[in-house]
Design a protein around this ligand. Structure first.
Ligand code: FAD
Length: 398
């Protein structure tokens, strides 16, 4: 087993580290205090620099305008970008666009690719993914109320969705809706592309999350689809295959998220260690780093990060080698292990910083607010644990 990183990747990761440190981290104070849309022009300039470095859309195939890195390589890139909350956006691999690109590439018609996929990969437009509903459990999405009923050449969509991340100023939504209500449960829903300027697409609000509603890319939309009419040619993939396509979207997506979270772990850990080394807590000059409890947090966090990182890279490798279906336990396990590791590491880092950790003078409070959701989206902890346990217990039945 070879854990070495290729020479090419060492160079790429060094370039990214330098870029994140020099170009993105200095923008963060502004990012924390102003509307995202005010930052878009300056972020556009940074995106141009990334394109010149030939690292744009690192996870997408070269033939559609990406840089063509494989999943393990992109995992490492995602970790490096995760150090700044601006990293993925500026490199053109931000959720939910990255997942939408993957399914448009795999299932889109030629027309859909030209109209939606290529400008999306290029960063000219943004999109959102609209599956979770206000009144139905996202953990059991087959309980879906949104319908898309055929009328002439169109689908007419009605439903109430929320947490359609980044809907504000998106060009289109990929909407999950029931098209075949009498089919077996998992074959009832389809994915449909809905341009956001369509009559009946109503963005009700950006949901306030942990004290902040956000805007533009940094927001989570509540959307009412009210007799929203789109042509049937906007169906993405075969009718009734929405859940199958959704699974395709989630496998690699979980690697991207988990490695991004590990980038957050790494930065929080570094901040914790640096602060422990300088914060004096005794008149004789001894610092927090001299305390056993702090040493314990440092040692435990380092081991937790290492364990989570190896699990994630292994899951990425397993997806590449055997496919997402065969690697579903690995994918589920990293989802809850890494999310909880991140929460624990951020929490330790805040504790070491004391009052400073609670303030918005470091990035830790931003992480604490924004990343709590990691244990909920893309499948809550409990749902992943139940499905892993179910399969494992079955394996040991006599
Ligand atoms: C920041 C953020 C971004 C999101 N982005 C998107 C997006 O872009 N597009 C989109 O469609 N959705 C998005 N979501 C929605 C997300 O996928 C759902 O919130 C998630 O699937 C959980 O669904 P729910 O909120 O309806 O909770 P529910 O399904 O109602 O579950 C509530 C809680 O109950 C527990 N639970 C649920 N089922 C079980 C079970 N079987 N056994 C034990 N416990 C259980 C879990 O702890 C869960 O947290 C986002 C959510 C957040 C917070």
């Amino acid at each position: 087993m070879d854990f070495a990183v290729s020479e090419k990747m060492v160079t790429v990761l060094e370039m990214i580290d330098e870029f994140v440190d020099k170009e993105l981290i200095p923008l963060e104070p502004e990012f924390f205090t102003c509307d995202f849309k005010k930052m878009v022009p300056v972020l556009e300039e940074k995106r141009k620099m990334v394109k010149k470095m030939e690292l744009w859309a690192p996870n997408q195939p070269i033939e559609i305008g990406g840089a063509g890195f494989d999943l393990v390589e992109h995992g490492l890139i995602s970790e490096a970008l995760g150090k700044s909350p601006l990293g993925h956006y500026v490199f053109g691999c931000q959720a939910p666009d990255a997942g939408n690109i993957e399914i448009l590439h795999k299932y889109g018609t030629d027309e859909q690719k030209k109209k939606y996929l290529l400008p999306l990969v290029d960063g000219k437009i943004r999109s959102c993914f609209s599956m979770t509903e206000v009144d139905m459990p996202g953990s059991n999405p087959v309980m879906m109320e949104t319908t898309a009923v055929k009328d002439g050449d169109d689908y007419v969509i009605n439903g109430h969705k929320w947490y359609s991340s980044a809907a504000d100023n998106s060009e289109f939504a990929i909407v999950m809706a029931v098209t075949n209500p009498t089919a077996p449960t998992y074959l009832q829903a389809s994915m449909i592309i809905v341009p956001t300027h369509t009559k009946g697409f109503n963005l009700v609000r950006n949901i306030p999350v942990m004290g902040h509603a956000g805007d533009d890319y940094m927001s989570h939309g509540e959307i009412l689809y009210q007799s929203c009419r789109v042509p049937q040619k906007n169906l993405l993939g075969p009718e009734g295959q929405g859940f199958v396509i959704a699974q395709d979207r989630l496998g690699p997506g979980r690697i991207h998220h988990c490695m991004r979270w590990l980038g957050i772990c790494k930065r929080s850990f570094e901040l914790m260690c640096r602060y422990a080394n300088i914060r004096k807590i005794r008149p004789d000059g001894r610092t927090l780093a001299s305390r056993d409890i702090v040493k314990q947090w440092v040692a435990e966090s380092a081991a937790e990060i290492q364990a989570a990182r190896l699990m994630t890279l292994h899951a990425a490798w397993a997806i590449e080698k055997y496919g997402a279906k065969a690697a579903r336990d690995e994918i589920s396990m990293i989802k809850y292990v890494v999310a909880n590791t991140m929460q624990h590491v951020i929490d330790n880092a805040i504790q070491v910083h004391g009052g400073l950790g609670m303030s918005d003078d470091t990035i830790l409070s931003h992480y604490y607010r924004h990343e709590r959701a990691a244990r909920i989206y893309d499948g809550a902890d409990e749902v992943h644990k139940l499905s892993v346990a179910k399969r494992l217990l079955k394996k040991y039945q006599d």
